[in-house]
Design a protein around this ligand. Structure first.
Ligand code: NAD
Length: 243
């Protein structure tokens, strides 16, 4: 059990996929965890299944008032905010030439601006509480380029950069900020992807949400000398291809 009992964590996009696994991992560490998501039914069911140390609250990461309400709820229910995991994300499809401008903007809104808003409203609370941890779930698309998902790639590179700037600003307040860069992981987001795409990876399989959650748990509870750091979890994909 962590020494951080009595403090709260917020996981955006926590109702399913990687976020739900992160919620479960942080509950095991003794945090009171707010599942913050658009998916009211899934989020409420997950909170019910995980027990007293979780609550669901509706959050659209792009809406300022939602953030203010959810942070207040987390602190009211479980104590001062200790951890924010900016995990909510979408992927939009289209090349630089073909993607409709509004769709490109929407990807940036959710995947980049939404995480910035979360840090903007959470950081003062973490500061007041004497420190904390922010984990931004980027992607291998924040480390290399991919064709056909221009908005996603731009947002995930942006999130990696935002992590570095925030780490510099918040380090003196004992707030660590790290980014996590998963390769393909089995979740609803990747359900339509063909698994042959990972054949050239050193570890030629998709990852599981629990593997990403274990890394996030490490960053939060044990990675006490890491900030501004990029944690890659991709079966070796960005190291190179075996085929
Ligand atoms: P998912 O689609 O299963 O879950 C994403 C969650 O985010 C959903 O519950 C969704 O409702 C929520 N969400 C979307 N827009 C939101 C908004 N505006 N406000 C609040 N919540 C919102 O996806 P996942 O695969 O679990 O992805 C989680 C994170 O991991 C994302 O940031 C994604 O980009 C990143 N990621 C996933 C993979 C992968 O292969 N699955 C790889 C690299 C990075």
């Amino acid at each position: 059990m962590s020494s951080l009992v009595g403090r709260s964590a917020i996981v955006t996009g926590g109702a399913r996929g990687i976020g739900a696994a992160i919620v479960a991992a942080l509950v095991k560490e003794g945090f009171g965890v707010v599942i913050a998501d658009l998916l009211d039914h899934e989020g409420a069911e997950l909170a019910k299944n995980l027990g007293d140390m979780t609550r669901f609250h509706h959050l659209d990461v792009t809406i300022e008032d939602d953030w203010k309400r959810v942070i207040d709820c987390a602190e009211g229910e479980f104590g001062p905010l200790e951890v924010l995991v900016n995990n909510a994300g979408i992927v939009t499809f289209g090349t630089v030439e073909s993607e409709p401008p509004a769709l490109f903007r929407h990807d940036l809104d959710v995947d980049l601006y939404g995480a910035w808003l979360g840090m903007h409203y959470a950081a003062p609370r973490l500061r007041e509480a004497g420190g904390g941890v922010i984990v931004n779930i980027s992607s291998t698309a924040g480390l290399i380029g991919y064709a056909g998902i221009a908005g996603y790639v731009a947002a995930k590179w942006g999130l990696r950069g935002l992590t570095k700037g925030a780490a510099l600003e918040l380090g003196p307040a004992k707030i660590r900020v790290c980014s996590v860069h998963p390769g393909p992981v089995h979740t609803p987001m990747t359900a339509a992807l063909d698994e042959s795409m990972v054949l050239g990876q050193p570890l030629p399989r998709f990852g599981e949400p629990e593997e990403v959650a274990a890394l996030v748990r490490f960053i939060v509870t044990e990675g006490t000398f890491s900030t501004g750091s990029e944690f890659v979890i991709d079966g070796g994909a960005t190291a190179g291809q075996t085929l």
